[in-house]
Each structure stands twice: as structure tokens, then as C-alpha cells.
Design a protein around this ligand. Structure first.
Ligand code: 5RP
Length: 238
């Protein structure tokens, strides 16, 4: 990650922490931007600037980090509602449709976002795109016993799907749920994210895909202009 991108992530993570209020149940996303936000939340709880917040995490990463910082946590099954969820994204289009799952956490991330009264996406400006999937591959979580079958189905939909391989471990990435991830490139990018999200999730063996459609309420963008880091609220197209 470049120093510039790091500055943008820090700025937007700080703006994310500003959204939390005393007494909230908050959904805590995954990835490097969300991790910075969780650190900021931990600091504010420790200093007493924020009180009575309970977190619902979206990954092993978030759970370990929040626990280290002393942030009280509950599981998704233990809460009736989530007031506000905040998470990063890999791509954001002008209509606030997203690709997520760069950290292979999109199953839990989508569950938490779907449960939240409000879902805010926090990204650095490199994540803004005109059309999804021209740059970032679409992650699809699959049952280990079905990955080849799902890969074939995706090929039939004009999607080139590769099994995501682990680093510093032989073999594939294994998700927090014990599944595998196919990363998919569709020819020409994704023209209709709403239809494609459903179509992929209808393939037997697919747990969830990284298209988050019609779910983001707000998008905050970290950017650096004239050497100064700032944050703007993205205006939704159409
Ligand atoms: C993890 C995610 C992340 O939110 C996404 O990959 C963005 O990560 P980062 O903030 O590190 O750029 O979807 O599954």
C-alpha cells in the first residue's frame, strides 16, 4: 500500500469513528480501513469519549482486534438489531453498488450490513470506479466440495474464475467459515450488479458473492489534495 493510500485510509477511518454514538450496537467491518476504525473506536472507549458501545464483528481479524482493545462484543445471533455498520470496500460504483471480499470476509460482512439500520462504506479514493469488476475480481465463497462445479457454471456465464490461493500456506485460502473463494472476472465488467448478485447466489454450492447491491446508505471517501488528507461524502448518481 502506498503512503498516500495509507493517509486516505487513516482519514476516512477517523471520520468513521465520528459516526458512532454512545449506546449503539455497531457492526465492525474487516480489512485495513476497518481495522484502523476499530483501533480508533477502542481508543475512544478507553478514554471515555464514547460509552456503552457493543460491537458485532465480521471476521476473525475483527474479533481478535476488538477483543485486544477491550471492545465489548456480541454475536449476530445475540443482538436484535444493529444501529450502524461501517465497513470498507474494494470497488464502489456511482450508484453505491459495491464489490467486497478482498479479505474473503464478505459472507459475515453482508450479514451484518443487511441487519444494520444504516450501513456506511468507508474507502480511499482509489476504490471509486465507473463500472464494477473491470479492475477488481469478484469474490465468490463456495463449499470446498463444489468449487470445480461452481467454476464451470461461472464459465458458462462468461466469468473466468480462479481459486484464490493462500500466501505462506500451501493450497487455497480457507475462509472463516471453512470454505474456498473463487475470484471471477466477467468479460467487460459487470453491467447489471443487481441481477448478477442473485444469479450467482442461485448456483448450488455458492455461499455468497461479493456484490453488495442497494445496501450502502452512505459512502465516505478519504482523499489527499495538495498534500492534505480529507474526507468527502460521495453523492449518489441517479
Ligand atoms: C474484506 C473486505 C474489505 O472491506 C475490503 O477488502 C477493503 O479492504 P481495505 O480497507 O483493506 O482496502 O471486503 O472482505
Amino acid at each position: 500500500m502506498s503512503d498516500l493510500q495509507n493517509q486516505m485510509k487513516r482519514a476516512v477511518a477517523e471520520a468513521a469513528v465520528e459516526q458512532f454514538r454512545d449506546g449503539m450496537v455497531v457492526g465492525l467491518g474487516s480489512g485495513s480501513t476497518a481495522a484502523l476504525m476499530i483501533q480508533g473506536l477502542g481508543q475512544r472507549l478507553a478514554s471515555g469519549q464514547l460509552k456503552d458501545i457493543v460491537g458485532v464483528t465480521t471476521s476473525f481479524q475483527g474479533e481478535v482486534l476488538a477483543a485486544e482493545l477491550g471492545i465489548p462484543l456480541l454475536s449476530l445471533n445475540a443482538v436484535d438489531r444493529i444501529d450502524l455498520a461501517i465497513d470498507g470496500a474494494d470497488e464502489v460504483d456511482p450508484s453505491f453498488q459495491l464489490i467486497k471480499g478482498g479479505g474473503a470476509c464478505h459472507v459475515q460482512e453482508k450479514l451484518v450490513a443487511a441487519r444494520a439500520d444504516r450501513f456506511i462504506v468507508v474507502v480511499d479514493s482509489t476504490k471509486l470506479v465507473d463500472r464494477l469488476n473491470l479492475g477488481f475480481l469478484l469474490p465468490v465463497e463456495v463449499l470446498p466440495g463444489a468449487w470445480r462445479q461452481v467454476q464451470q457454471q461461472l464459465t458458462g456465464m462468461d466469468g473466468a474464475a480462479e481459486l484464490r490461493m493462500a500466501q505462506r500456506k500451501a493450497g487455497p485460502v480457507v475462509t472463516d467459515q471453512g470454505n474456498l473463494v473463487l475470484d471471477v472476472r466477467f468479460n467487460g465488467g459487470i453491467a447489471d450488479p443487481v441481477a448478477l448478485e442473485r444469479e450467482i447466489n442461485n448456483i448450488p454450492g455458492v455461499l455468497e458473492n461479493g456484490l453488495f447491491v442497494n445496501i450502502a446508505d452512505d459512502v465516505l471517501v478519504g482523499e489527499v489534495s495538495d498534500g492534505v488528507a480529507g474526507v468527502r461524502s460521495l453523492e449518489k448518481a441517479g
